[in-house]
Ligand binder design. Structure first.
Ligand SMILES: Nc1ncnc2c1ncn2[C@@H]1O[C@H](COP(=O)(O)OP(=O)(O)OP(=O)(O)O)[C@@H](O)[C@H]1O
Length: 448
């Protein structure tokens, strides 16, 4: 029943975590000095933000975040999801490691956590429990187990100290980002950070995740394409989530399968994103590719990780639908008013910046024009949108202080689009959206 595994003790005390951050900051600073010295020696003007993004820094940031885990690593993952397309190619293997893996906790720390949540003789209920985790993610690690009644389980065990350190971890990472001068000075991130902290605290309450998991499973009951694990309530608490173990391979592996499979899986995932936003108004807002598995025998998609689930307001849902409708019709005026309603443009932005955002949306709307299917990769749509958006990078007025819910929805949609692009699927974007537009045309608006 036991397996040997070397883990590194997670720094759970405030001081221990602070010391780690101190170490990270000085390692980064050291690499910046190294990088800028190199630039000066080669006659270039050193750029602090470019230096922060050099490969040495990428390595040290990733290694240390993997050891820190918790909120710090979550932020690292966000950075890798959102900025992955924009960062230098040398970062990709490092960022993908950050998306995948953290150091596991040592067995003694694991046993202490299991005993605290269950009982000293917890093992009596199991015919098998693997002490070697199948995954070590940012907030917890996942173990395989079999109950004496035969149910195969995945047991997610939270790293000790993660919940308590969220505030200070986020503050520390933000200081690091401010130090790098990557963030525009006029942007007020305080309300976003308060919400991010609240969201992460929610994510560290596995009872909350279990509630979302059950609601999501109920929404997709008897779905022909998706499977969501069941929860074992009596083994679940704030720190441990016991659920059905479901086999599957990494969703990105389907790129080696037939184009029919790739197209079908991507179409279903796009449908699901619209269903979450427009029908269920319950969105799993973390589109980390590791949260999707594929079962080639049943041809079903396994959905995992409901910690980042969020109820979507009627206001946000309705204005995203208006945005999608305007993009489909390529109506600039309607796109502009939907962007204002979602807070994605505001009156502090220059007319040129707003114009650029509109041009980028118009470019993106290309995928909603075809009646026969559209291939993002072949049409190089993401590159084209990035090119059109270039002026926003230097326009100091361009960034708005984001609304947290909208930022999460954007992150989900962007993640799905990046997955569809990565897999090279051809997808009928227009046809997938059509039923949601039709449904809204029939219903009177009931904004709350
Ligand atoms: N029910 C399950 N069945 C099979 N494998 C699972 C299950 N739950 C989790 N896993 C495995 O464990 C990994 C991590 O799980 P999960 O994403 O839920 O953890 P997390 O701590 O919330 O991760 P993240 O860092 O993405 O927030 C998954 O990518 C998957 O490989």
């Amino acid at each position: 029943m036991t397996e040997k595994r070397n883990g590194r003790k997670i720094p759970s005390g405030r001081l221990a975590r602070l010391a780690k951050f101190g170490g990270l900051a000085s390692a980064v600073a050291g690499n910046i000095v190294k990088g800028t010295t190199k630039q000066i020696l080669s006659g270039q003007r050193p750029s602090l933000s470019q230096s922060l993004l050099n490969t040495d820094n990428a390595v040290s940031i990733t290694k240390r975040l993997a050891h820190m885990r918790g909120a710090a690593m979550k932020l690292g993952q966000l950075l890798s999801m959102d900025a992955g397309e924009l960062l230098p190619a040398e970062w990709e293997p490092i960022l993908s490691r950050l998306r995948q893996e953290a150091d596991p906790m040592p067995k003694a720390q694991l046993l202490k956590t299991l005993e605290a949540s269950w009982s000293k003789d917890w093992h009596k209920q199991f015919s098998y429990f693997s002490f070697s985790p199948i995954a070590s993610a940012s907030i917890g690690q996942v173990h395989r187990a079999t109950l004496k009644d035969g149910r195969q389980l995945a047991i997610k065990v939270q790293y000790p100290g993660v919940r308590e350190s969220i505030d200070s971890d986020i503050d520390n990472v933000m200081s690091l980002l401010k130090l790098s001068a990557v963030l525009p000075k006029h942007i007020d991130l305080s309300s976003l950070l308060t919400e991010a902290k609240a969201q992460l605290k929610n994510e560290t309450n596995y009872l909350q995740e279990a509630k979302f998991l059950k609601a999501y499973r109920a929404n997709l009951r008897n779905h022909p394409h998706f499977i969501v694990p069941f929860v074992v309530d009596e083994l679940t608490d704030q720190n441990i989530l016991a659920m059905e173990y479901i086999e599957g391979s990494a969703i990105t592996d389907i790129s080696a399968m037939s184009t029919d499979i790739v197209d079908l899986v991507c179409t279903q995932l796009m449908h699901l994103t619209y269903q979450e936003l427009f029908t269920h108004k319950l969105m799993q807002s973390d589109p980390n590719f590791a949260n999707y598995l594929y079962q080639s025998d049943t041809q079903k998609i396994v959905l995992l990780d409901f910690g980042a689930c969020r109820q979507i307001s009627q206001h946000t849902s309705m204005h995203y639908l208006a945005m999608a409708d305007a993009m489909q019709r390529q109506d600039n005026n309607d796109m502009r008013s939907a962007l204002y309603s979602l807070g994605l443009v505001d009156h502090n932005m220059s007319a040129a910046a707003i114009d650029t955002v509109l041009k980028a949306c118009f470019e993106a709307s290309d995928c909603l024009q075809s009646n026969t299917g559209y291939n993002l990769k072949k049409q190089q749509l993401i590159k084209r949108i990035q090119q059109v958006s270039m002026p926003l990078i230097i326009d100091k007025t361009a960034a708005t202080s984001p609304i947290f819910e909208v930022a999460l929805v954007n992150r989900k949609i962007t993640g799905m689009i990046l997955l569809v692009n990565k897999l090279g699927a051809t997808l009928d974007f227009k046809g997938v959206l059509a039923p949601y537009l039709m449904q809204s045309a029939k219903q009177p608006s009931d904004e709350t």
